[in-house]
Ligand binder design. Structure first.
Ligand SMILES: NC(=O)c1ccc[n+]([C@@H]2O[C@H](COP(=O)([O-])OP(=O)(O)OC[C@H]3O[C@@H](n4cnc5c(N)ncnc54)[C@H](O)[C@@H]3O)[C@@H](O)[C@H]2O)c1
Length: 328
């Protein structure tokens, strides 16, 4: 099985590559490192079944052998990143998805697109089921992300209907874990880095907005099962347990044994007050549900970030991934 993973050096993509390699597949990752890093794939870069092509997908697809499966994970994913790279975000979700669909037609490959809970916008229905149509602004500060993901879903459906492409669409909810970019501005990585460095934790708004946080291993298991299913329509993969942002901050402070203070800043426009997945479909269809509680996931994440930021304090050495991140 030859599998293409776009965005394979990103947070989710690198964990996915690792999982596919463990399953015995040959994996080709394509990444331009705009928000990814070689450090994320350093642990398996030497695996003969893994290859990394450093390439900007906005220049078109690189030359590829026949592939059996495609996971399209490439896209800036944190609000600061997709707002900084607005046009590139629109293009990689729109143009690149179409080009990959053409490859899927050429090779008879199955294509999984990484969509997002942001297709629901600032939702009026709670929790969000897949048939909820969303409450989204086509011109707001998140529109480059939300609307390009929505367009890509429509494109997937059109190719499924017109060309019989085996489409898989995962709507990913807030995910965290090792290999998140420490500087990418997402709430978990922000809090963990601030707590470990002894800096004040910044909360936007009063911290009462809720989020559901999914540990990366749960997401990868869900994506893996969805790809192997025969369901061509969107499926939510997320953790339905809700916590307020303030609760998250308190847990991070305790686990990191940090004495940092908490600072409150104004809520940015279009920040969803609440988002929570209904995962009935994933349970029924994939026999999947999240297994890692927030505390445990945070412990693993804090440990991994400690390594990246400060190295192994017992030996004074850094892991290969941490060394490579420090160099890159
Ligand atoms: N992490 C989450 O909580 C979350 C939530 C919802 C959806 N998603 C989706 O999952 C996917 C992966 O997200 P992530 O959290 O791993 O983000 P990430 O930024 O860590 O990974 C994205 C990867 O894509 C690469 N990339 C972006 N544009 C590219 C281009 N033009 N050419 C080649 N490579 C390019 C980046 O360099 C990066 O390595 C994204 O599509 C994102 O929209 C993630």
């Amino acid at each position: 099985m030859t599998t293409l993973v776009t965005g394979g050096a990103g947070f989710v993509g690198s964990h996915l590559c690792e999982r596919l390699l463990d399953a015995g597949e040959t994996v080709i990752a394509v990444d331009n490192m705009v928000t990814g890093s070689r450090a994320n794939v350093a642990d398996f870069l030497g695996n003969p079944r893994f290859s990394l092509i450093q390439h900007d997908l906005l220049q078109g697809l690189p030359e590829l052998p026949k592939v059996d499966r495609i996971f399209h994970m490439a896209s800036p994913a944190s609000p600061p990143a997709y707002q900084r790279h607005a046009i590139a975000t629109l293009r990689v979700n729109a143009e690149t998805t179409r080009q990959l669909l053409d490859i899927a037609v050429r090779d008879g490959a199955r294509l999984l697109f990484s969509s997002t809970s942001e297709v629901y916008g600032d939702p009026l229905d709670h929790p969000q089921r897949e048939d909820y149509r969303g409450h989204v602004s086509s011109t707001g500060p998140r529109s480059m992300y939300d609307e390009s993901k929505r367009y890509a879903e429509a494109l997937m459906m059109a190719y499924h209907d017109a060309h019989g492409v085996e489409t898989r669409i995962v709507r990913i909810f807030n995910t965290y874990g090792p290999r998140m970019d420490p500087g990418d501005g997402r709430v978990v990585s922000n809090f963990v880095v601030q707590a470990l460095r002894g800096e004040a934790l910044t909360i936007y708004g009063d911290g009462s907005q809720t989020r559901s946080f999914q540990y990366i291993d749960d997401l990868i298991e869900g994506i893996f099962r969805l790809m192997n299913s025969d369901h061509h329509l969107p499926v939510n993969i997320g953790n339905p347990n809700e916590f307020t942002v303030l609760e998250l901050a308190e847990k991070v402070l305790r686990i990191a044994e940090s004495t940092s203070e908490v600072h409150f800043l104004p809520l940015p426009p279009d920040d969803p007050v609440r988002r929570r997945p209904d995962i009935t479909l994933a349970r029924d269809l994939l026999d999947w549900q999240p297994e890692i509680p927030l505390e445990e996931g945070l412990e693993r994440t804090v440990e991994a970030f400690r390594q990246v930021l400060f190295g192994d304090q017992r030996t004074g050495r850094q892991s290969p991934a941490a060394q490579s991140r420090a160099i890159s």
